[in-house]
Structures are given as structure tokens and as C-alpha cells.
Design a protein around this ligand. Structure first.
Ligand SMILES: [Zn+2]
Length: 292
């Protein structure tokens, strides 16, 4: 080997050695951080990080996809016969306690959530840990106004409507109790309030079965979702009481009680009883009838 050759060879070795030392140094510098992470109550943090790495979105095993197109995007998705939803680790979405409108059929349309009186600017919090799916604005005539949809690790999705300000972005991970927006009066709303929905695979569940706003607490530690065998998610499937899925029928022009009864597989008498109507009642198109 010539002298120049030797010099090149030596400097190459030196570079390699120093590069190695440099990366060793990086590793050495990183180690205490890892140890620190472990020493904080970070088992939970690490579990969460792992979860986020492994699964692209919360409740990965239940939901077919992660889309940002609409609140209910699960038409035709097969519902599990029974699914237990863990409610521990909750946070009340608002500290306000007054319900101004309940869940259920309204005169002409369905009310898929519960309305809680809030003032413009009041803090609105994420109900559970999860990932923000939708942050959008729906105009004055159609509905939610400024709204946020979160999918939670426990399988629930929650909707927060009529906000004056949204404080999260789509795909953000949030913790229960994290500030996600401010109360308002946007969209189809008269008087500031929070429109709050709880959904499971798109099926609207009466939030009063899960949250007690007056007591500022959950109703129980778990909520058991039940559905009929073979039923799929649709916008007319709602859970209004604890016993499972309740079906509603939106009256179209030309509908008669007997046609609806045979279509929905119930007797006319049951329809009358459930809706407090008689066989002579004239049905209005758009009217919502309870069918089970
Ligand atoms: Zn509402």
C-alpha cells in the first residue's frame, strides 16, 4: 500500500469509527428519555402509542373504515347482536345540566340527539378518549352548524353540534375531557345549545341512556347495545330505550297504516298503540312512526 493509499484507508477508518461513536452517542442520549418515559405512569401512554401505531383508527375491529364524509356512513353494515360499551373514563361534554330537547321523534323529523342549554363560548369537552373524525360546518338550513364528530376507543361515536368554535382538527387524537370546541348557536338552531349525539355504528342511541346531565354522571359503567338478528345499520334504526333497537318509519305519500304494518312486520293495532293514533288517523308524509 502506498503512503497516499494508507492515508485514505486510515481516514476512512476514522470516519467509520467516529460515525459509530456518533450513533452510539445518540443511543446513549436517548436512553434516559426512554427510562424517564417508563418511570412516569407511562404504561398507559405507551399502551396508547402502541394502539395508535397498530390500528389506524379507534374501534378498528368494529368499523369498516375511517371516512370524513358524513356522520352516518354505515348503511348496510351488519350490527352485532350484542356489544358492551365501556363508559368508565368518561367526561361530561358540558357542565351545564338543563336539557331543552329530548331524543326521539319530533313533529316532522327525528331528533337524533339531546339538546343541552349552553351559552355561546361555554367549554365543550370530549366525552371519551378517541380520534376526531369530522370537523365541519353544515349550513343554517340543514343542521349541525359547526360540528365535531369523534370516534372513541370504546366503539361509540359522539357528535357535538351548533358550536361557535371548533378547537380540534380532523385526525387529532383527544383525551376524555379535552376542550374540543365552544358552545354556540350555528346551523339549524334557535337559541344557543349543545346538540349532542351518541352513536354506535351509526345507530343513534338516546344519550340519556348513557349520560345523566342533571347528575353530571354516567348512568352505569357499561352500556349494552343490542340489535335484532341480521339487522344492519340504517338511519332509521335508533335505540331509544334500554331494550334494544327501535325501528321507525318515515311516512311517504300514499302510505297507509296497513301498508306500513305489513312492510315493517307489525300489526296495525301495535302501530296505533305505539304512536297513540287510531285506524282513522290521517298520516302526513314526513311523519315519523314508531314501529317496534
Ligand atoms: Zn338537537
Amino acid at each position: 500500500m502506498s503512503f497516499t493509499g494508507m492515508k485514505i484507508w486510515l481516514s476512512a477508518v476514522a470516519i467509520l469509527l467516529s460515525a459509530n461513536a456518533f450513533s452510539q452517542d445518540l443511543i446513549a442520549r436517548q436512553a434516559p428519555v426512554d427510562r424517564k418515559l417508563k418511570s412516569v405512569d407511562s404504561l398507559l401512554i405507551q399502551k396508547q402509542l402502541k394502539l395508535e401505531e397498530t390500528y389506524p383508527y379507534p374501534a378498528f375491529d368494529l368499523y369498516p373504515d375511517w371516512n370524513k364524509t358524513s356522520v352516518h356512513n354505515y348503511a348496510g353494515v351488519k350490527l352485532p347482536l350484542e356489544h358492551q360499551i365501556d363508559l368508565t373514563g368518561f367526561c361530561m361534554p358540558t357542565t351545564n345540566t338543563r336539557i331543552t330537547s329530548k331524543f326521539g321523534p319530533r313533529r316532522r323529523r327525528m331528533h337524533n340527539g339531546i339538546d343541552v342549554k349552553v351559552q355561546v363560548g361555554d367549554s365543550i369537552y370530549a366525552a371519551f378518549d378517541g380520534k376526531v373524525r369530522i370537523v365541519r360546518n353544515q349550513g343554517r338550513r340543514v343542521g349541525y352548524g359547526l360540528y365535531v364528530v369523534i370516534r372513541h376507543n370504546n366503539g361509540l361515536e359522539t357528535v357535538y353540534g351548533h358550536l361557535s368554535k371548533q378547537l380540534v382538527k380532523e385526525d387529532d387524537y383527544v383525551k376524555a375531557g379535552e376542550l374540543i370546541g365552544l358552545g354556540g348557536n350555528t346551523g339549524r338552531s334557535t337559541g344557543s345549545h349543545l346538540h349532542f349525539e351518541t352513536r354506535f355504528l351509526g345507530v343513534a342511541i338516546n344519550p340519556a341512556l348513557i349520560f345523566d346531565f342533571t347528575k353530571q354522571d354516567i348512568v352505569a359503567d357499561n352500556f349494552t347495545f343490542r340489535s335484532r338478528k341480521g339487522s344492519t345499520s340504517s338511519s332509521t334504526t335508533l335505540v331509544a330505550d334500554g331494550d334494544g333497537v327501535i325501528r321507525y318509519h318515515k311516512v311517504r305519500s300514499g302510505d297507509t297504516l296497513s301498508r306500513i304494518a305489513s312492510q315493517r312486520g307489525v300489526s296495525i293495532d301495535t302501530l296505533c298503540e305505539l304512536n297513540r293514533i287510531t285506524r282513522k288517523t290521517i298520516l302526513r308524509p314526513g311523519q315519523v312512526l314508531r314501529c317496534s
